[in-house]
Design a protein around this ligand. Structure first.
Ligand code: MSP
Length: 533
């Protein structure tokens, strides 16, 4: 259970709740890794953090998948949902809440919320005619379809529906939504997504149907059980149910008491409309305050091609993490792809980047420096006071502003920018040690100069490890331990006590005379596999 420290600033963030029609996809792993990196960064900053993820288990898509597999929907959901949970552990994602929309407490929250919207007069019965994509669980405009009434996202044929549905009066919220986007320009990020939403809304909002007939797998509409509630209406509310403490009675009041409003919904660009238009309108209708910010990231391709089962080129995140480990997978996706843009996975590039950045630049720098410290300085951090090192020292000059710069990048979710800035310090460390040649200084008996050089390099590696720790917590922990700190970046309960940002993100805090750990490679070089993932 998460204890809430009332003195601390709170930060709650969500990943989408993933459909359980299939095993976890690399796209879901991408969002979840990014969310964990943000959560870890916020914890370093001393905030009380709640990272919410989970699974979206109702609807036609899942019902049909279970039927095709000859299973009951619930048994199917139990199995696939457990696979998601396990993958997050393998990827070293520390989620605080894992909500399943089949959780009985969720039924109570959805019912109460529906009631509020109903009483507001925003729900009515009408006739729904249109093309439905079961894979998207969404009605499509005819103009957005490909030839043969196929969905442009899944390339699958949509289905014609002509049935009575309950509708949500989205059209009532046209002006209020437009005001929201104007008054809170950072509500939807990045800018390109915001513009997409503005353009969609400017075409005029139509009411959307929030119930289905001929579907059992979902919640019955409270006042008309012949209808089943639309999966998206139910799923978005999973973000609210997730906020309940385990022993809370499932009421909206309890759920919204501590962590609401959510600080950040992290999503992929394909589900922007649901989060940026439908969701705030639903919340306005129920008179619930709005989340603070949404960020829609880009799509991943493989070797430059769109991924898909039919193309036979999907990436299995489980195989990837089993082969290369969690830090490698986390680093590649966040360093290599500018968050917000589309990006590509290529295994050769994966191996090259990891070897260049983590094995060579960072790992070797630490390893060779530590060996020199053992040789020339008795295995202890040289007795140099960081604060007394000249301000124009080439490493200190970069190091003193790096914490602030990296912090800004993390806050803007510019992860690759953060990595580049940190790696620039590491590369400068390598250059500096080569130029200064402490082995020659030692031979010439210039012990003080040797100590200055080695201290400044060790301190730069420490700072780099600290600032990269949200992304590569295991490698960062190994570096810290070799530098003589008894800490673990995976221990959530101790982070703000033992590793606060205000202290550790500054250059010059490595204590002189601290005993060092054994020098071991912190990141094993990756080898190209025989079979490609
Ligand atoms: N169940 C809904 C979300 C409900 S949230 C209340 C859903 N689930 S999903 O499993 O289909 O998709 C989850 C996320 O995976 C989305 O953010 C989507 O953008 C992301 N990705 C799916 N394929 C992707 C790529 N190829 N690349 C990157 N992310 C992609 O939608």
């Amino acid at each position: 259970m998460i204890s809430i420290d009332t003195n601390k600033e709170k930060f709650a963030l969500t990943t989408p709740l993933y459909y359980v029609n299939d095993l976890p996809h690399i796209g879901s792993a991408y969002t979840t890794i990014a969310a964990d990196v943000i959560a870890r960064f916020q914890r370093l900053q001393g905030k009380s953090v709640l990272l919410i993820t989970g699974t979206d288990e109702h609807g036609q898509k899942i019902q049909r998948t279970a039927e095709a597999l000859g299973r009951s929907p619930q048994a199917h959901c139990d199995e696939v949902s457990a696979g998601f949970s396990q993958l997050w552990q393998q990827l070293n994602v520390q989620c605080d809440r894992f909500i399943r929309t089949t959780d009985p407490r969720h039924a109570a929250i959805v019912k109460e919320f529906f009631q509020r919207v109903w009483e507001r007069g925003d729900i009515y019965l009408g006739q729904q005619k249109g093309w439905y994509c079961v894979s998207c669980e969404e009605f499509k405009e005819e103009r957005d379809l490909l030839e043969g009434h196929r969905c442009s996202i899944h390339q699958r044929e949509t289905e014609w529906r002509d049935e009575q549905n309950y509708f949500f009066r989205l059209s009532n919220y046209q002006t209020k939504l437009e005001e929201l986007y104007q008054q809170q320009p950072d509500f939807i990020q990045p800018e390109i997504r915001r513009n997409e939403v503005l353009s969609f809304v400017s075409q005029g909002l139509k009411d959307f149907s929030i119930s289905r007939v001929n579907l059992d797998w979902g919640f019955p509409v409270p006042n008309d059980p012949g209808h089943t509630l639309y999966v998206w209406f139910d799923a978005l509310l999973g973000y609210v149910t997730a906020l309940l403490d385990p022993d809370n009675e499932p009421t909206l009041e309890n759920a919204l008491a501590h962590w609401w409003p959510i600080n950040l919904h992290l999503i992929g660009k394909d589900i922007l409309r649901f989060h940026a238009v439908y969701w705030p309108a639903m919340l306005m209708s129920a008179e619930v305050p709005l989340p603070r910010r949404l960020f829609g990231h880009g799509f991943l391709t493989k070797d430059g091609q769109k991924m898909g089962k039919s193309l036979g080129n999907t990436i299995d995140p489980v195989a990837l993490v089993n082969r290369y480990g969690s830090d490698a997978v986390r680093y590649y996706f966040l360093k290599e792809i500018e968050f917000g843009r589309d990006g590509d996975f290529n295994e050769t590039r994966f191996i090259n980047i990891l070897n260049a950045d983590l094995a060579n630049d960072l790992g070797n720098l630490l390893n060779r420096t530590l060996k020199m410290v053992y040789k020339y300085c008795d295995g202890k951090v040289p007795a140099v006071v960081g604060a007394e090192v000249a301000a124009d020292h080439p490493l200190k000059a970069i190091g003193v502003t790096l914490g602030d710069r990296t912090s800004q990048s993390y806050q803007a979710l510019a992860f690759s920018e953060a990595c580049e800035a940190i790696l620039a310090l590491v590369r400068m460390g390598n250059k500096f040690i080569d130029e200064q040649a402490p082995w020659s200084l030692y031979k010439r008996g210039e012990q003080q100069a040797v100590e200055q050089v080695l201290y400044s390099v060790l301190e730069s590696v420490r700072l780099a490890a600290y600032l990269l720790s949200p992304i590569i917590p295991n490698v960062s922990g190994a570096i810290y331990q070799q530098l003589g700190f008894a800490v673990d970046f995976n221990d959530r309960s101790l982070i703000d006590v033992s590793l606060p940002f205000v202290t550790h993100a500054t250059w010059g805090i490595l204590p002189g005379n601290q005993s060092l750990g054994d020098a071991k490679p912190v990141f094993q070089r990756l080898e190209a596999p025989e079979a490609v993932i």
